[in-house]
Design a protein around this ligand. Structure first.
Ligand SMILES: NC(=O)c1ccc[n+]([C@@H]2O[C@H](COP(=O)([O-])OP(=O)(O)OC[C@H]3O[C@@H](n4cnc5c(N)ncnc54)[C@H](O)[C@@H]3O)[C@@H](O)[C@H]2O)c1
Length: 271
């Protein structure tokens, strides 16, 4: 058997939101660790530097190559500075993982204008600005891979209208960017994570809710940030060289089920 080469060897990656918002491992942290484990040099970008530094410690303990950069990706100047930092430190840019995102409940009736502006800035504008800064540098290097983190909340009503709206827009943004930049050899794909247990969701969970969520999807296992991170490694790697413009649910099969027929009652033969 030939020796396996790291799947991202020689590549430079930016992960936005590379820390975690609480104790444990979120999507940005897990993705940063796996990118480095697969040989990428990783710029760990976060508005909260101490969070990115926690990811850096994990990567350095494994012998990986990474560094932190403080940026608020809702700001164009910060996104430009982040890309220039990657170029100065590592000389090229191949991968952008647009991970930053926050959740918000509400309807169009009870969500304030300020809250709409905020969630659209954090979840959508951030990806537009970061990609706009990254793409010219990727073109200089001959191409690249951009991964936009959406949610299954962007595929279905999720009783979180502001969140669903931005996460659906991230999917449209992915299609459009993939079409615009395919000729530049830049692939743009989207991951739609399902009901994961991560620092972002943990504060809203108790054991009963975790069990309920786990048993709602065909695979009946609890998802973690590592599940999203492994999908990101694949999409970032040359193994996915012919894949662009896809929305990949990482959700244990939840979104392929029908809520009417796929229920605990139906599974118990009570229909
Ligand atoms: N956890 C889940 O269950 C789940 C499910 C579906 C989708 N997602 C998506 O995954 C992504 C986030 O995952 P995570 O687990 O890494 O979240 P997280 O909340 O643990 O970490 C996100 C990081 O982003 C940073 N951040 C927030 N706003 C920023 C800004 N403006 N500029 C720079 N950094 C900023 C935070 O400081 C934090 O360290 C989001 O896009 C989210 O919508 C998560």
């Amino acid at each position: 058997m030939p020796e396996r080469r790291p799947r991202l060897e020689g590549k430079v990656a930016i992960v936005t939101g590379a820390g975690s918002s609480g104790p444990g491992i979120g999507n940005g942290k897990a993705t940063s660790v796996l990118f480095a484990r697969e040989g990428a040099k990783v710029l760990l970008v976060d508005a909260a530097l101490d969070r990115a530094e926690e990811s850096l410690v994990m990567i350095r303990e494994e012998g990986g190559d990474a560094s932190v950069f403080q940026a608020d990706v809702t700001k164009a100047a910060d996104c430009q500075a982040m890309v220039e930092a990657a170029m100065e430190r590592y000389g090229r840019l191949d991968i952008l993982d647009n991970n930053v995102g926050i959740s918000r409940r509400g309807t169009v009736v009870d969500t304030s204008e300020e809250d709409w502006d905020h969630i659209i800035a954090v979840n959508l504008k951030s990806m537009i600005l970061a990609s706009g800064a990254a793409i010219p540098r990727m073109i200089e290097g001959g191409g690249g891979s951009i991964i936009n983190i959406s949610s299954i909340a962007g595929l279905r009503a999720h009783s979180q209208t502001p969140y669903t709206t931005t996460k659906a827009a991230v999917q449209g943004l992915t299609f459009s960017m993939a079409g615009d930049h395919g000729g530049d050899n830049i692939r743009v794909n989207c991951i739609a994570p399902g009901l994961l247990h991560t620092p972002m969701t943990a504060p809203r969970m108790d054991e009963a809710m975790r069990e309920h969520r786990k048993n709602s999807a065909p695979l009946k296992t609890e998802g973690t940030a590592w599940d999203v991170a492994y999908a990101a490694v694949f999409l970032a790697s040359d193994e996915a060289r012919w894949i662009t413009g896809v929305v990949l649910p990482v959700d244990a099969g939840l979104t392929i089920t029908s809520p009417v027929t796929y229920t605990t009652m139906a599974q118990q033969g009570r229909f």
